[in-house]
Design a protein around this ligand. Structure first.
Ligand code: PEP
Ligand code: MN
Length: 337
């Protein structure tokens, strides 16, 4: 339920309504806008009498939130959320590019790629240290050593690091060492993991599950936010369909839909969405055009010998060319790269 307060209502009057709602058992989120204030009620609102609320002269109207996600809902937070990491923004008028290899493979590899993508315009470095692989016999990542190498690359370039957390057991290590914690597609509905990262104050990059609906993605964001962590960045990375030419099918419509229903920033991962390096650039351009807040792109210096996802990785030169043309589109879209 949402209570829209009339413009120019004194603060203490708003506070009175807020306290009353809390007494009746609701959690109240206050949104202070330029023209009006909104009180969003979360939880069991059954003991609240709508007639009594409407009898209050400071109340403009009551609205019911149909969607099951509340904190992630744009109705409760009309302005876009901008997540700031070490002074770098994701959301608003920025189009933020996160790039790097699928997995960290060695110091020269990760540092070299970090330098190249930074020069080309990337704002964050990605790289898997703990890898979720379909086969237990595939490379599982450099683990702790991978995190150390990411930190070295960060020190050398200043790029904040984004890497995937798969287990609650490693949460302290991640909080201490990484800048953005990635929750991968396979763990989008690992609710214990979502609750655990929700208790931290790290920005969370939440990837859409491969067979998850948009609403399920937003409900997973809600899990994180319900624990107090509102720094959630969503990521569309393609979903499973019957199509076989691509690894997944990029759901471009998810971007404007998420923008309409949620205030959270949403980026696109054209690499996992397509599975093919030559599809990355056209899909990245499409992502920018449909209103995404950024990209997460896999870049590898030697895709033919990559330990993971070489087929979908673009080379640093290709990345540079792509960012150059994205900058042109960004101008038209009123975004800054
Ligand atoms: C990744 O980004 O490294 C990854 C494994 O992606 P996803 O979880 O989307 O499959
Ligand atoms: Mn990958």
């Amino acid at each position: 339920m949402i209570i829209v307060i009339k413009p120019k209502t004194p603060k203490d009057e708003i506070e009175k309504i807020k306290r009353k709602m809390e007494e009746l058992g609701s959690e109240v989120i206050e949104y202070v806008g330029e023209n009006y204030n909104v009180l969003g009620l979360i939880g069991d609102t059954s003991s609240i009498d709508p007639d009594l609320i409407q009898a209050n002269r400071n109340v403009e109207k009551l609205m019911y939130v149909q969607e099951p996600y509340k904190k992630a809902n744009r109705l409760l937070h009309p302005k876009n959320t901008v997540v700031t990491v070490n002074g770098r923004k994701i959301g608003g008028n920025e189009f933020t590019i996160i790039a790097g290899p699928c997995s960290v493979e060695g110091e020269k590899q990760i540092t070299g790629i970090a330098e190249d993508i930074k020069d080309a315009g990337a704002k964050f470095l990605r790289g898997g240290a703990y890898k979720p692989r379909t086969s237990p016999y595939s490379f599982q990542g450099m683990k702790k050593e991978g995190l150390e190498l990411l930190k070295r690359a960060r020190k050398k370039t200043g790029l904040p690091i984004v890497t995937e957390l798969m287990s609650v057991d490693l949460i302290d290590e991640f909080v201490e060492n990484v800048d953005v914690i990635q929750i991968g597609a396979r763990n989008m509905q690992n609710f214990d993991l979502l609750k655990a990262v929700g208790k931290t104050d790290k920005p969370i990059l939440l990837k859409r599950g491969m067979s998850a609906t948009i609403e399920e993605l937003l409900m997973s964001a809600e899990y994180i936010m319900a624990e107090g962590n509102e720094k959630v960045i969503l990521c569309e990375r393609g979903i499973r369909t019957f199509e076989k030419y691509t690894r997944n099918t990029l759901d471009l419509s998810a971007i404007p839909i998420i923008k309409k229903f949620s205030h959270l920033p949403v980026i696109v991962d054209p690499s996992h969405a397509s599975g093919l390096w030559w599809l990355v650039e056209p899909l990245a351009k499409a992502a920018l055009s449909v209103g995404a807040d950024g990209l997460m792109v896999e870049v590898h210096n030697d895709p033919a010998n990559a330990k993971c996802d070489g087929k979908q990785s673009i080379k640093p030169e290709g990345f540079k060319r792509m960012v150059k043309s994205l900058k042109e589109i960004a101008k038209i879209e009123g975004k800054v790269i």
